[in-house]
Design a protein around this ligand. Structure first.
Ligand code: SF4
Length: 354
């Protein structure tokens, strides 16, 4: 496992309103929407990391910052161990690409497919542009001769999204942010595009950040998963482990919204409402919706901490961890005593040889 991207205490706040001079003089305080609030993630090379959460959880804002399209309010992003400050940014930009959710909006409908891909090559490409356009179109399963002269507006959704992937590939990137790349497509086309992305990752060794609100899509495509709620990471771990045994109550709720194991299944609406990012609830941001909430949850914000191999931000697991630790320490002492004396307290251990 080699780390490619890492963030440290990343924040992105947006001003909720523009204050006039009079309001400033009157001492009115600027309010902020805390879209991403103190987030640490690590993405490993050649892995697909899914970023999952409801709309408004901050996942797209985080993805845009990692794709170098937006600047953090505070915190740091490291790419291959180098901090992305202004000097480093230009040398990294071509290595990082993004595919947007809606290919009907992300491709200029008046441009030909060849022009769309050549445009991406203008900044970063080599000498043989025509050759590269052909190469990437064929890599995404499109026939160059049939398609290069056509306009984006003349293509179907699946074809458009393949062109968007080809455009991202043109500059030979290492890291691609995929922002809900299949959610605007028909169910039958969704699985074709997902399979294509899996195959391209194997072939070219890409690292993906796959943003989605669909847990089954995340399960199908990802090696690792981060769950975001109201601007915070609440759970992270290996995908298979998180799906087999979700720890955080919000992860469980997300799982319940999936009626079938098919990546293209329709999702049930989630219970309860996501909190305001302008004025999040005190303590745990999930507390108004959490069926397990207890007193402490309404006062104290849970910190993200390790539970086994998993990162979880929930007081239940802090307590469980402490209990487990106490139990394991107690058992270790007890086992040692038994091993030394052959007895459990004052009682001999029948049938146990020590
Ligand atoms: Fe629920 Fe409390 Fe855990 Fe938050 S900290 S998820 S409210 S149990």
């Amino acid at each position: 496992m080699v780390e490619l991207v890492r963030t440290e205490s990343l924040r992105r706040y947006f001003a909720a309103e523009k204050l006039g001079l009079l309001e400033k003089l009157a001492g009115r305080k600027q309010r902020y929407i805390k879209a991403v609030d103190d987030v640490n993630v690590v993405l490993n090379k050649n892995e697909t990391t899914a970023l999952v959460g409801e709309s408004g959880s901050g996942k797209t804002t985080l993805g845009r910052m990692l794709a170098t399209l937006d600047t953090p309010t505070s915190g740091k992003i490291f790419y291959s161990g180098v901090e992305l400050n202004e000097d480093a940014l230009e040398s990294v930009r071509h290595k990082v690409q993004i595919v947007f959710q809606n290919p009907y909006e992300s491709l200029d409908p008046r441009m030909s497919i060849r022009q769309i891909i050549e445009e991406a090559l203008t900044r970063y490409g080599g000498d043989d542009r025509a050759g590269r356009v052909k190469e990437v179109l064929e890599a995404v399963g499109l026939n160059y001769s049939d398609i290069h002269y056509r306009k984006a507006r003349d293509l179907y959704g699946g074809q458009r999204q393949r062109v968007a992937v080809a455009r991202a590939m043109a500059a030979n990137p290492e890291f691609i942010v995929l922002d809900e790349p299949t959610s605007a497509l028909d169910a039958s086309v969704q699985s074709q595009v997902l399979n294509l992305l899996v195959q391209l990752k194997k072939q070219y060794g890409y690292t993906y950040l796959f943003i989605t609100h669909n847990m089954m899509v995340a399960r199908y495509i990802s090696d690792r998963i981060y769950i975001m709620y109201a601007g915070k990471v609440v759970e992270a771990g290996l995908s298979e482990e998180v799906f087999t045994d979700p720890f955080h109550p919000y992860t469980k709720l997300l799982m319940e919204s999936v009626p079938s194991l098919e990546p293209t299944a329709r999702l049930e609406p989630m219970k309860g409402e996501a909190p305001s990012l302008l004025n999040p609830p005190p303590g745990c941001r999930f507390s108004p919706r959490c069926p397990y909430a207890f007193d402490r949850c309404f006062k104290e914000e849970p910190r993200l901490h390790l539970v086994g191999q998993r990162l979880v931000a929930c007081h239940l697991f802090e307590d469980r961890e402490r209990r487990n630790f106490r139990q394991s320490s107690f058992m270790l002492l007890a086992e040692t005593a038994v091993w030394r004396t052959g007895t459990w307290g004052p009682w001999p251990l029948a049938g146990r040889s020590c």
